[in-house]
Design a protein around this ligand. Sequence first.
Ligand code: PGA
Ligand code: ZN
Length: 352
Amino acid sequence: HVNTEIASALRGMPIADQATIDRRMIEVDGTPDKSRLGANATVAVSMAALHAAAASSGEPLWRYLTHASHAPIIPMPMIQIFGGGAHAGFRIDIQDFLIIPVGASTFAEAMSMTATVYQAAGSIMRDRGRLHGVADEGGWWPAFESNAEALDTLVEAIERAEFRPGIDVAMAIDVAASQLRRGAKYHLEGADLESEQLIELLIGWCSRYPIISIEDPLAEDDHEGMRSITAKLGGRIQIIGDDYLVTSADRINAASSPGACNAVLIKPNQVGTITETLAAVTAARAAGWSAIVSARSGETEDVTIAHLAVGWGVGQLKVGSITRSERTAKWNEVLRIEEALGPSAKLGGVRR
Ligand code: PGA
Ligand code: ZN
């Protein structure tokens, strides 16, 4: 599709006119969800046009993007330590157990802190015979008996790395609850829970562990559940919609007034063009929400999202773990951008 239909539709168009290029691909695709040409095809072309425009301006992509929007912000990383759910054979239900090194004052320090916690988690698991291997985003793949064991081990790993849980290093989870849906209930740790029971479980975890962010706490069709948890926890922690919002400005607008979520995960290939990805960021800002640029579980070494996160000034970036080259390529790119910015670099964070 890139070399045939898309190429003939776009040939001769001015490269810097991103919105027109993206609109043309949406027209040529003709479906509401890019299902004919495929969002991976359209997003690749959209990103290529963006890179070409930045290159012809003679600037690095992140700086080219800052002209059109906000001042550059180096994103606070959200990094997977344990992988579970569909990414790790459902050994534990929750998909991501993550850390946010909130005490870091630079991105380089955040990476160093993360590496220390990651290694500490690995050595605790080895000591206890709990190590299975590495899950598909590079986090440890645990042989834990329960989600709480994973949360307890994460706190221990932060402490073994000589950081204070919640002060130097906070925790986050991605429940990816659509994956746990069984009819109107949620299947978790061998039980079938009502929406409100799952919410109570998550509230309990938030009171026992230094969790400052929960992604997809309820399933993508559970609007009432999303409203309920945001009403109960949204005043103190970040409630992120990923599967729930799929980087769609329309869905963000629809979720904003009932107060379902207070943050959105931004994944360019969920929506299929740079223009629509930016529209989702803009909708999040208009709603007073946070935005977190994110990689997918399936990735390449492409580093465009590192530039989007910095150039659009969203403040946070999620890329899986700190191992595997498709992950480290992106973290290393942010390190290089931080070096290029020098002392003027500003590190983002989680609003609370
Ligand atoms: P996906 O998951 O790329 O497999 O959708 C990543 C995430 O949930 O953040
Ligand atoms: Zn997710």
